[in-house]
Design a protein around this ligand. Structure first.
Ligand code: SF4
Length: 161
């Protein structure tokens, strides 16, 4: 691993603390988790100029940076308040899964965890964004979930109608 500049780490730590407060989450309290994710974000920041999520596999990282979907805070976090890297979590280190459908891997892995601060976060939680995101998720995971079901879930779950 390349040696990270201290100022890059400091910048990402500052971003993470600020976003956690703004979104009503906290940095994962389990020792080492937040540090590892922040280092991953810092590596991508130094290599590509943007904090691309370090917890996905990408065929082409440069193309993903241009696409912006997984620039931290990613669209998934801003739509569902779910951080699959476990950087932005509850005080027990669990992610918030309340706004995911039951068939989403976040719910399958962690079960239902409720959001203690529903007034904060989910800045991109519109019906359209939820529909678009879940349709892509269903296609990528080859799930048999109808568009009608996705739309119904989005209408019930969106913060901003
Ligand atoms: S899952 Fe999203 S919010 Fe969490 S670290 Fe990755 S990009 Fe950031």
């Amino acid at each position: 691993m390349s040696k990270l500049k201290p100022e890059t780490i400091a910048k990402l730590e500052n971003f993470a603390n600020t976003f956690a407060a703004k979104s009503g989450t906290m940095l994962n309290p389990v020792e080492g988790v937040a540090k590892t994710v922040i280092e991953g974000l810092a590596i991508h920041t130094e290599d590509f100029g943007r904090p691309l999520c370090p917890c996905n596999f990408y065929e082409d990282k440069k193309a993903e940076v241009d696409k912006k979907t997984w620039i931290c805070p990613c669209e998934e976090m801003q739509t569902f308040k779910y951080c699959h890297c476990l950087l932005f979590t509850l005080d027990n280190g669990m992610p918030i899964t309340e706004y995911l459908p039951e068939w989403h891997e976040g719910r399958q892995i962690y079960g239902l965890t409720n959001d203690p601060t529903p007034d904060k976060g989910r800045a991109l939680s519109t019906v359209q964004n939820i529909v678009d995101n879940l349709k892509e998720f269903v296609a990528n995971h080859k799930l048999d979930i109808s568009e009608e079901e996705i739309t119904k879930f989005a209408q019930e779950t969106a913060k901003r109608k």
